[in-house]
Design a protein around this ligand. Structure first.
Ligand code: ADP
Length: 150
């Protein structure tokens, strides 16, 4: 059984995140989405709301599970018996950070990181832009996975 975690803040979970998970399912048997909650940064959506939105997105996909965690990401991976971390890469801006974290995780535990390039049609989508639009009262349904309502 090949199991990966897909960790992130997901504030909110976007169609870009959704696409990475669906594509990951073509080579992982199971993906555990981990909502990281240990950061000092304040989020717009509560953990419960983020859990609910992600569960809605994958309600017909039994190979995707969702949990919140407040430990180190590799400890979360070990706790759910995952050997891989799945991440998405939008641009060179994401690259250095992802490389450093992936190196640290592999050195600490042997857990490998698998990176997928975003589909170009989603490369401009980010949780930050979604939150900005919400703050101006705009509809962000195009940024969200199908079936997900705010
Ligand atoms: P973090 O705070 O850990 O960066 P995010 O919720 O911002 O968490 O992102 C989680 C993962 O999803 C990261 O690997 C990020 O690069 C990736 N990601 C974010 N937006 C997109 C997108 N539009 N397309 C593909 N991957 C994305």
């Amino acid at each position: 059984m090949k199991r990966a975690i897909f960790p992130g803040t997901f504030d909110p979970f976007t169609i870009g995140h959704y696409s990475i998970v669906l594509r990951g399912l073509s080579f992982f048997d199971e993906i555990v989405i981990g909502i990281g909650t240990n950061q000092a940064k304040k989020t717009l959506f509560s953990v419960d709301k983020r859990l609910e939105m992600i569960q809605q997105a994958f309600e017909h996909e039994p190979r995707v599970k969702v949990f919140a965690y407040n430990s180190l990401t590799v400890d979360f991976a070990l706790s759910v018996d995952a050997d891989f971390v799945l991440r998405g890469l939008r641009s060179v801006g994401d690259f250095e950070y992802e490389r450093t974290v992936a190196d640290a995780n592999r050195t600490l535990t042997g857990i490998e990181t698998v990176i997928l390039f975003t589909e170009s049609k989603y490369s401009y989508i980010s949780s930050t832009v979604a939150r900005d639009l919400i703050s101006y009262g705009k509809d962000i349904s195009k940024f969200l996975p199908p079936n997900v309502k705010l």
